[in-house]
Structures are given as structure tokens and as C-alpha cells.
Design a protein around this ligand. Structure first.
Ligand code: DX5
Ligand code: ZN
Length: 227
């Protein structure tokens, strides 16, 4: 019986959706658990996507909570803008945060000030060891282990991330922490079981959901393979 923090959650990434038809695309994934929103600034990663006004527009029609993944420099300067735009989970990269512990605390505090529960998430690039966030575990509601180098959808899952996922799951279980463990990048119905066995319980999926014509079936296939 998985603990509450190990509930399987599927989070389609709208990066792989048709932005012209975004409202319809969002309706097509109502059977998902979360909606993953990739924010890129052209500096932290070599690609640009969307900012707070588009996140606010998505929030108005989103059928599920928003899992906002900030791939930006100086994320601490923009936390309030993304919380006001409607982020329910807000993820910041350890590599972009010289004061990671403080920035994660700030996410929770800003949520409380606005009388909302905003969950903090720490994100690790593939090249960053798990130990980079160990000191700040108490400040996290979620950890995101990148399984591709961030910046683009449609890349291949990096298998070498599995031991990192196992290590972090071990910390969560041994310390009895209520932290969700998310993976992002190259997740398919073929490899999701390996990420789940290593200890992940939240799965971002762009191409493997929006690349299929029947999104409900695609989400179901991922959920079944992860369970
Ligand atoms: C990559 C993004 C991912 C991406 C995943 O930088 O953070 O969320 O959209 O897309 P797929 O599932 O196609 O690898
Ligand atoms: Zn992402």
C-alpha cells in the first residue's frame, strides 16, 4: 500500500500541445492529476515559452491544478507573479537559486499570505547531484528530478537518473517526509514503470500525451504502466 505521498499522478506538459487551441487542449486532459506548465526565459535554458499573463489565462480554464516549472534565472524575483497567476505548485531549479532553502520557504509564505496553499518544488538538472537539496528537504513539498536536459520537449529519458531517484526516495521514506517525487522528460508508457520502481510518483509527460490523438487513453496507459 503506497503512502499518501506516493500516490501516482500524471502531469501532462502543455509544451507539447497546440497553443492556438490551448483551451480545447486543456479540456482534453481533464483525466490527468496536474497540468505541467514549462516557463523558460532564454537564459537559464536555450528556449523561450510563456510568462505570467499566459499562465493566468490557462488558470481560468484549467481543469486541474497547475504545476509550474520555472526554468528561469533569478526565480526569486518572479515567485509572486506566478503565484498570482495561479500556480498551485511552483518549482525552482537548485542551479538558479543561491539561497534555495530561502526561496522554497518564500513560495510557501507567499501562498499563506494570499490564503492559498502553494506547494514548493525543488528541481534538479541531470548534472546536479541529489545532495544539492538534501539540506533543504524540510522546505519542500515536491522534488522534480529532470530526466532530460531542460529546454525542449521530445528528448530521450536519461536512464542514469534512476539511482538519483532511488536515493531521494530513500531519504523521503527514512525521514517520513510528505514530499512528492516527480520526474520530467522523455517519459513514455515503456519507461514509466522503471521511474516508478525507482521511487517517482508524479510523472510529467508531454509528447507521450499530446502526441496521441486520444489523450484520455494516453493518460490511462501511463497511469496503468506506473501502478
Ligand atoms: C523540458 C520540460 C518538459 C517537457 C517534457 O525542459 O521541462 O516538461 O515539456 O516533454 P516530453 O515529455 O516530450 O519530454
Ligand atoms: Zn517541465
Amino acid at each position: 500500500m503506497p503512502s499518501p505521498s506516493r500516490e501516482i499522478q500524471i502531469a501532462p506538459s502543455i509544451l507539447a500541445s497546440n497553443f492556438v487551441e490551448l483551451a480545447r487542449e486543456l479540456r482534453s486532459i481533464e483525466s490527468a492529476d496536474l497540468i505541467h506548465v514549462d516557463v523558460m526565459d532564454g537564459h537559464f535554458v536555450p528556449n523561450l515559452t510563456i510568462g505570467p499573463p499566459v499562465v493566468a489565462a490557462i488558470k481560468k480554464v484549467a481543469p486541474r491544478p497547475l504545476d509550474v516549472h520555472l526554468m528561469i534565472e533569478r526565480p526569486e524575483q518572479y515567485l509572486e507573479a506566478y503565484i498570482d497567476a495561479g500556480a498551485d505548485i511552483l518549482g525552482v531549479h537548485a542551479e538558479a537559486c543561491p539561497h534555495l532553502h530561502g526561496t522554497l520557504g518564500q513560495i510557501r509564505k507567499l501562498g499563506e499570505q494570499k490564503q492559498r496553499r502553494v506547494r514548493s518544488c525543488a528541481v534538479l538538472n541531470p548534472s546536479t547531484p541529489a545532495e544539492a537539496l538534501e539540506y533543504a528537504l524540510e522546505e519542500m513539498d515536491q522534488i522534480l528530478v529532470m530526466t532530460v536536459n531542460p529546454g525542449f520537449g521530445g528528448q530521450s529519458f536519461i536512464e542514469a537518473m534512476l539511482p538519483k531517484i532511488e536515493k531521494i526516495r530513500g531519504w523521503i521514506e527514512r525521514r517520513g517526509l510528505a514530499i512528492d517525487l516527480e520526474v520530467d522528460g522523455g517519459i513514455t508508457a515503456k519507461n514509466i514503470a522503471r521511474a516508478a520502481s525507482a521511487g517517482a510518483n508524479v510523472f510529467v509527460a508531454g509528447t507521450s500525451v499530446f502526441g496521441e490523438s486520444d489523450r484520455k487513453l494516453a493518460i490511462e496507459a501511463l497511469r496503468r504502466a506506473a501502478s
